[in-house]
Design a protein. Structure first.
Lengths: 281, 422
């Protein structure tokens, strides 16, 4: 955890670490619940979702753990909260699905809903976000065989369902995609378009990560967009510092966008009032 | 959303803006042999954050207008300009030490005796780094004293192992590249068998290859399955004298696919206690380990690197979670108590990631991930003891940001903190 104004070479103000935390490496999602002051982290390598107190630090144990055969969780990649409907969303790359649990679920509990199957178009799910105002669910998915992009479902969809819209194609600029966040106030989707080109096949060489062909960017789409459409806004280019942005978060109060970059091993803050709804004081 | 953005002009701030741009460009060229200056973006309270910036736009027209935004300069950027020391290997025959740097994707070569007792920064003798190397999120390293080669595995990006000659420096192509599965962490060489072993976190496996394996060559043997006890494996030691493979495990396990989740009854993820599992060198498939050190008395806490000392029949483990080096009898089994523990405020161990025993010189090396340092102890050191030498790669007190291929971010609006899982 870093102070919002941390800059340069600053250390974290808090760290949660150690065996007792049940955390591991390869944690590609996180969500903060300001209403209940909790943090939610998926643990990919242990098939678990951990919930911590908001001010947890050190080797502190999670207050709730969703894990077990009845949860349907295999390798959770990403997570999101819907505080209006009191639900947690979990996205999986290996499971190729979205699982929905009650926010306060604990233990080996069955999901309330599961979006999975060939009609969904979902493959390696990398990001999930909810718009409780419009009752929509947005999923970022990467695939070698199917579209890589944003898949928009009804919030209460369940089973092998067809998305109501897919934002994908060459005009979108999306090659590889990661974390997403929705600003329900505006109906905008903020997307970490990582665009990392890697091969995970034993018999195929990976391009050097130092030479990304398509530098990543932060892209913004309307939640009503559909098809092969340009982003409404981007943060992209040499001065932005972004190469492979993997995560994105919003601070609407201070009109800031936070992104984390896996090539830089760095975190960037963009002060972009124009990306947010104008304040009415 | 506005199509273009103009921020207020201030000539007085132009210099600061240019400095920042220069900083950005330095970051974009991370192959400089010297560490670049930290990029200092202007603070929000700084009037220069309102400096004149005509933000470029992509200029591409959409059905609803232009794409807004563009090449926007960050107001703050957080990164560690110094290497994060990950794993360590020692070659006492040639008096060399090599360390991996997961932050800046490099391999650092030091003289074995180069660490000192002062607070001065010790520069590496050589550094291999740059786009030609293919290295990025580098984890385990191993050395071949006979052939003067270094082996380095990429963990979460790249999925490859690179081999470099000792005397190479800078942005050089590897001598050999072996493509390995995603999540490789540890690598260990067995010169006697002419083989190397690699631990893979994501698929809970140990893969054994020919020493000279390259390209897409398949492993000779794979240890994997429910009986192996392999669970989020990290450190690995492929010992010549005992003909064994030792592996440190964090204890995490989860099915990879729906099919695996259904094998032998419904399975979900699980947390086990951390462990050290030992296998015969010839082991393959779903085999039981010959020994397992596991239990509350072991003090294992996120066990990372592991090193075997056959001269004294001991193994040392870097126990990251409790800032300790744990030493066990090599043949310990079950809930064993370590024979020695190095831990305490005088020891200077902080987030130990790598450990290497140098039995020839009776020393033990530790790399600190949470501090910009490596520390060297007498091999038999115990308790809260000061190291005999300290190797620093940044000035004393320099924070270790700790990012290692970060993949997500969230904002805690209550505390005004930015949360990053790593």
């Amino acid at each position: 955890m870093f102070a919002r104004l941390a800059n340069g070479n600053s250390g974290p103000v808090r760290v949660i670490e150690g065996q007792g935390t049940k955390l591991s490496r390869t944690m590609h999602g996180i969500a903060y619940d300001p209403l209940h002051d909790e943090m939610i982290v998926p643990v990919h390598l242990a098939g678990a979702l951990l919930v911590f107190r908001g001010d947890a630090k050190g080797e502190e144990a999670p207050i709730r753990v969703i894990q077990g055969p009845h949860t349907g969780i295999l390798r959770p990649e990403t997570t999101a909260l819907d505080l209006v409907h009191d639900e947690i969303y979990v996205g999986e790359d290996g499971g190729k699905d979205i699982l929905v649990f009650p926010r306060n679920a604990n233990g080996d509990v069955a999901p309330l809903r599961t979006i999975r199957g060939p009609k969904t178009g979902l493959d390696e799910v990398r990001g999930v976000a909810v718009d409780p105002v419009r009752n929509l669910l947005v999923v970022s998915s990467r695939s070698r065989k199917a579209p890589t992009g944003l898949f928009i479902f009804n919030r209460t969809d369940d089973g092998n369902v067809t998305p109501r819209a897919i934002i994908a194609g060459p005009r979108t600029g999306i090659v590889r995609i990661r974390q997403i966040v929705v600003d329900p106030e505006q109906g905008k989707i903020f997307v970490a378009v990582k665009n990392n080109k890697e091969s995970y096949r034993w018999d195929a060489a990976s391009p050097s990560p130092w030479n990304p062909d398509e530098p990543g960017f932060i892209g913004v789409w309307d939640i009503t967009d559909n098809g092969d459409v340009l982003p409404r806004a981007v943060i992209k280019g040499l001065a932005s510092g972004l190469v492979w942005p993997a995560g994105v978060a919003l601070n609407s109060e201070d009109r800031e966008i936070y992104t984390i970059d896996s090539v830089r091993n760095g975190m960037f803050t963009f002060h972009t009032p124009e990306f947010f709804r104008k304040k009415t004081n | 959303m506005e199509n273009s953005m103009k921020r207020r002009a201030s000539l007085a701030c132009a210099g600061a803006f240019m400095v920042f741009i220069a900083g950005s460009l330095l970051l974009l060229h991370p192959y400089s042999p010297t560490f670049p200056a930290v990029v200092q973006a202007s603070d929000l309270d700084d009037p220069c954050s309102e400096a004149m910036v005509q933000v470029s736009t992509s200029g591409a027209a959409s059905a609803s207008g232009s794409v807004a935004g563009g090449d926007i300069v960050p107001v703050r950027s957080l990164a560690d300009p110094y290497p994060s020391l990950h794993s360590v290997a020692v070659d006492p025959e040639n008096n060399r030490v090599v360390m991996s740097d997961s932050n800046r994707g490099s391999v650092l070569f030091y003289e074995r005796t180069s660490a000192g007792s002062s607070s001065k920064v010790t520069s590496p003798k050589w550094q291999v780094r740059g786009p030609a190397t293919g290295m990025m999120f580098i984890a385990g390293v191993a050395m071949d004293p006979a052939r003067h080669e270094v082996f380095a595995v990429n963990n979460d990006i790249g999925d490859r192992m690179e081999v470099f000659p000792y005397d190479e420096e800078g942005n050089v192509k590897p001598k050999r590249v072996l493509l390995v599965p995603h999540g490789a962490w540890g690598v260990s060489l067995n010169g006697g068998r002419d083989e190397l072993a690699i631990s893979i976190e994501h698929i809970n496996s140990v893969l054994v290859y020919r020493r000279e394996a390259a390209g897409g060559e398949a492993p000779l043997r794979v240890i994997r399955g429910a009986q192996t006890g392999l669970a989020d494996p990290h450190g690995i030691a492929f010992d010549v004298a005992t003909n064994e493979i030792l592996v440190s495990n964090h204890g995490n396990w989860a099915p990879l696919t729906q099919e695996e989740a259904s094998e032998g009854g419904l399975q979900g993820g699980r947390f086990a206690l951390p462990s050290i599992t030992t296998f015969p060198a010839e082991a393959k498939g779903d085999v039981k380990p010959t020994r397992t050190i596991q239990g509350a008395r072991t003090e294992l806490n996120w066990p990372m690197g592991i090193s075997v000392d056959t001269a004294h029949d001991e193994i040392a483990v870097a126990s990251y979670g409790n800032n300790s080096i744990l030493v066990f009898h090599r043949t310990d089994n079950g809930d064993a108590v370590p024979v020695r523990v190095i831990h305490g405020d005088r020891a200077g161990i902080l987030g130990p990631m790598g450990v290497a025993i140098d039995s020839k010189n009776d020393e033990l090396w530790v790399t600190n991930y949470r501090d910009h340092s490596a520390v060297v102890f007498p091999r038999a050191a115990e308790g809260n003891v000061a190291p005999k030498r300290i190797l620093r790669n940044a000035p004393v007190g320099t924070p270790a940001v700790g990012f290692g291929n970060p993949g997500a971010v969230a904002y805690d609006s209550r505390r005004e903190e930015i949360l990053v899982p790593n």
